[in-house]
Design a protein around this ligand. Structure first.
Ligand code: NAD
Ligand code: DAU
Length: 356
């Protein structure tokens, strides 16, 4: 898909963590595109995440729900939308254990509504159209230490209500391609980190708790492994797949950067202690082992060879520099943390939902 076309791109979930980086990336890199951010503004979405670009001439915001098919149909027709980058979702695994129906509704019915609206409004005129679905590596299930990383042919085996809902939405995206010919591409990415991540996820939660001398909850024995990628690298990968990915294909995206949770938290402690001028490592006393997440996947790791071979993408940011900047960002944006965590947001209840 050429990048010199007049594109009108609907980005769903653009007020969330990854979505806000995608919106910012596209606004700046493609000033001749119109970027419409469509977001329900749940507890996880905030327009503050885009304060620096909100007045850009090629940007607009529409407050709406991806499950609202009538509004989607109207918007696609009225604005002449010819591409969709779909990120809107309930994204936090712990919450999916607490409220699985909400995850099925948003992630499955929401994606299906968007596919249906695109199919009806584009009505077989597929030339120059594209639907990119942003998904997760969690659809592949869990690896044991020593297993090969997930590639695009790994069978789906989701374990949590979150990953089951994302797997289901992936299947619907592929079904709309195979059945109706809708031009789709999919991405399955590993764990992201960086500025504007809601402080319920491991990295920002740990940074905030270290700063405030609060306990850092480590689920189970802390040996679970995640593969971490800087969020701006993910936005660049989405750009590549959006413009040059093969119709109907999936692309795995990852950092080739596996960390055990406990080692990552100890590294964060060193970085925060250093930036706050505390004795390095003194905050390790805050580490608190708690009951394990139910169905906790042991290890995720991505083989990102396909996107590197076909599209030339690879992560640019080193983990050390990305993590250092992330820590600095959270220490300098305590007002943002206050703003997004007060109000409708209710902290996850570890005691009630995790398993001993
Ligand atoms: P997030 O929770 O930070 O943001 C989700 C956004 O979606 C919020 O702005 C929220 O208001 C919006 N939203 C929720 N329900 C909606 C609805 N019904 N209608 C419209 N908007 C709605 O999520 P994130 O971490 O930025 O993840 C974005 C996408 O990327 C998700 O699809 C997620 O599955 C996927 N993903 C995330 C990661 C990660 O590490 N965070 C990794 C791989 C894939
Ligand atoms: O792999 C991609 C996925 O990464 C995305 O699809 C999800 O949207 C995103 O939330 C993330 O899921 P995880 O469950 O891996 O991320 P989280 O930050 O919640 O947890 C990371 C690891 O840390 C996981 O093994 C659970 C553990 N953990 C998490 C929290 C919040 C703790 O030990 N303590 C905690 O307080």
């Amino acid at each position: 898909m050429a990048d010199d076309l007049q594109r009108c791109v609907l980005v769903t979930g653009g007020a969330g963590f990854i979505g806000s980086h995608v919106v910012r990336h596209f606004i700046r890199r493609y000033p001749h595109y119109r970027i419409i951010n469509y977001d329900k503004l749940t507890y996880a979405g905030s327009l503050s995440n885009l304060a620096d670009v909100q007045d850009a001439p090629n940007y607009s915001f529409v407050h709406g729900d991806i499950c609202d098919l009538d509004t989607l149909r109207f918007l696609l027709r009225e604005r002449g939308i010819n591409a969709i980058i779909h990120l809107a979702a309930e994204s936090h695994v712990d919450r999916s254990i607490q409220t699985p129906l909400l995850f099925a509704h948003t992630n499955v019915i929401g994606t299906l509504s968007l596919l249906q609206a695109a199919c009806e409004c584009w009505d077989g005129q597929w030339e120059g159209k594209r639907f990119l679905h942003v998904s997760t590596d969690e659809v592949y299930g869990s690896l044991k230490p020593g297993d090969s990383p997930f590639n695009e042919t790994t069978a789906y085996s989701p374990h949590s209500p979150y990953s089951a809902s994302k797997a289901s939405s992936d299947h619907f995206v592929k079904a709309y391609h195979d059945t109706y010919g809708l031009p789709v591409v999919l991405t399955n990415c590993s764990n992201n980190y960086g500025p504007y991540q809601f402080p319920e996820k491991l990295i920002p939660l740990s940074i905030c708790n270290i700063c405030n001398n609060r306990p850092i909850p480590i689920y189970g024995n802390g040996q679970n492994v995640r593969d971490w990628l800087y969020v701006e690298d993910h936005a660049c990968a989405i750009d590549e797949v959006f413009h040059r990915g093969r119709d109907g294909a999936s692309y795995n995206i990852g950092g080739v950067n596996e960390w055990k949770n406990i080692d990552l938290v100890k590294l964060l402690i060193r970085l925060v202690d250093e930036q706050l001028g505390r004795p390095i490592g003194s905050s390790e006393r805050l580490i608190t082992y708690v009951a394990d997440r139910a169905g906790h996947d042991i290890r995720y790791a991505i083989d990102a060879g396909k996107i590197q071979r076909e599209l030339g993408w690879k992560p640019r940011r080193s983990f050390e520099s990305g993590l250092r900047d992330t820590v600095k960002w959270y220490l300098e944006h305590t007002e943002w943390v206050q703003e997004v965590t007060h109000g409708v947001y209710e902290p996850y209840d570890v005691e009630k939902y995790n398993r001993s």
